[in-house]
Design a protein. Structure first.
Length: 124
């Protein structure tokens, strides 16, 4: 059984966020130390970039199983953001990039986003 670390957002902290494959929640990792600082079901970020490690993606394809190699990177925002209806997802077996859910259209975000276990939602 995996221990769930409680998570408290800290305005201005640079983090990497990914969906934890073991507990179904989001893992929030400090961008500098690369240490997981907590688990949650929602994170609000500004200055978001979606990153995929191609080497990690190739390893997932080669081994036929997922691994952590794709992140939303940004700065934590403490106040809530309202997400749009556009859902962005990632599947290493489908495409080498994040894409708009239900399509193969590559997705990029500029600005704010709300991240949940079901995807990344650009914020209005």
């Amino acid at each position: 059984m995996h221990k769930i670390k409680s998570y408290t957002p800290e305005a201005g902290r640079k983090v990497e966020v990914y969906r934890n494959l073991h507990n179904g929640m989001l893992s929030v990792r400090d961008a500098k130390t690369k240490k997981v600082i907590g688990h949650t079901d929602r994170v609000c970020l500004s200055d978001v970039m979606l990153k995929v490690s191609e080497a990690g993606r190739q390893r997932a394809i080669r081994e036929g199983r997922r691994n952590v190699h794709a992140f939303a990177v940004g700065t934590e925002v403490v106040h809530g953001l309202l997400e749009s209806d556009t859902r962005i997802t990632y599947n290493p077996f489908r495409a080498p990039h994040f894409h708009v859910a239900g399509t193969d259209v590559a997705a990029q975000i500029s600005g704010n986003a709300v991240i949940t276990p079901s995807g990344v939602f650009p914020a209005n």
